[in-house]
Design a protein around this ligand. Structure first.
Ligand SMILES: [Zn+2]
Length: 308
């Protein structure tokens, strides 16, 4: 059975880019009679904004994006990570890293806005220094493959594209990558629909799955919504929050962005009717059929100010 998920970080309200991902993920699951789970990725308390989780859930409800079961909170999943502790210790090849952010920048290379860690602490003594994280020791020639519904098979050598990434914090808590893998496994996730900015995360998480012997889910990486400056819409660059009273027009715009060609009269319908149409007419090949990953091509006047 198809089990999909939408996993927002509660670092602020949902914006147009997040609703595009939610709609794509929901339609893909429901068009195949699947389950659709919502998981609040709130492990990183420093990024968690008080009340953002209930705001996100309220918004999903008003957009008729109804999830199955209870919303899962990663911060309440520690028992899952605990149950894996022994196996993780046995299977994962890790080493301590004492590098500060500044130090990492000094000896790493920047590629696509990501710092590729050089493996500095593998070759330098970390004795008597404060441990800041534990990193995976990637095998040589670490070629990883994932299966994307549109892009096909994607392979990459993680030594070149990622470098040894963090798996544990100094207090032993799991990193976001590791938590996602364990939570996906625990929830029986079969399909992951997310923005294409998370392609490298998909590859890193697949390497963890390979080591732990988990099956890789199928992926669909959606095109990113960008602002006029060409930046991805995000909470960091102050994307406008979506509004519940504009649910119908925003859903219409999201479907247009995903090249699903919703009929114009649909934007006056209730969110629940729009989503019934969306699920019944969901076509993955259309998502990349024409160049729509500039928001101006897709966003109608009614919500234009929301994503600018
Ligand atoms: Zn280091």
């Amino acid at each position: 059975m198809y089990v999909g998920r939408f996993a927002p970080t509660p670092s602020g309200p949902l914006h147009f880019g997040s609703i595009v991902t939610a709609v794509g993920s929901y339609c893909d699951a429901k068009s195949r009679n699947g389950k659709w789970i919502v998981r609040i990725d709130d492990l990183d308390q420093a990024r968690t904004v008080r009340g953002a989780d209930s705001d996100i859930l309220y918004m999903l409800d008003s957009y008729a994006l109804h999830w199955d079961g209870r919303a899962i909170y990663q911060s309440r999943q520690r028992y899952v990570y605990e149950s894996w502790r022994h196996k993780l210790k046995e299977e994962l090849d890790i080493y301590p890293c004492v590098c500060s952010r500044k130090k990492i920048r000094e000896h790493s290379t920047l590629q696509n806005e990501e710092w590729i860690y050089s493996g500095y602490c593998k070759t330098h003594s970390t004795k008597n220094k404060i441990i800041r994280s534990y990193r995976i020791n990637l095998r040589q020639g670490c070629t990883v493959a994932i299966d994307d519904a549109v892009l096909g098979s994607i392979t990459d050598d993680l030594n070149k594209s990622s470098g040894d990434f963090v798996l544990f914090k100094p207090d032993g808590t799991v990193s976001q990558h590791l938590a996602n893998v364990l939570d996906d496994h625990h929830s029986g996730i079969t399909h992951i629909v997310r923005g294409e900015d998370l392609l490298l995360s998909s590859l890193r998480q697949s390497e963890i799955r390979r080591i732990l012997g988990h099956n890789n889910p199928k992926f669909l990486h959606l095109p990113l919504v960008r602002n006029k400056a060409g930046q991805k819409l995000s909470k960091q660059n102050k994307a406008e929050p979506i509004k519940s009273e504009l649910a119908s027009s925003t859903l219409f715009d999201a479907l247009t962005f995903l090249s699903q060609s919703p009929p114009i009269e649909l934007q006056r319908e209730k969110p629940s009717d729009i989503m019934i149409w969306a699920v019944g007419n969901w076509k993955i090949p259309n998502v990349f059929s024409k160049k729509t990953n500039t928001k101006d091509a897709a966003v109608t006047q009614s919500t234009r100010n929301q994503v600018d």
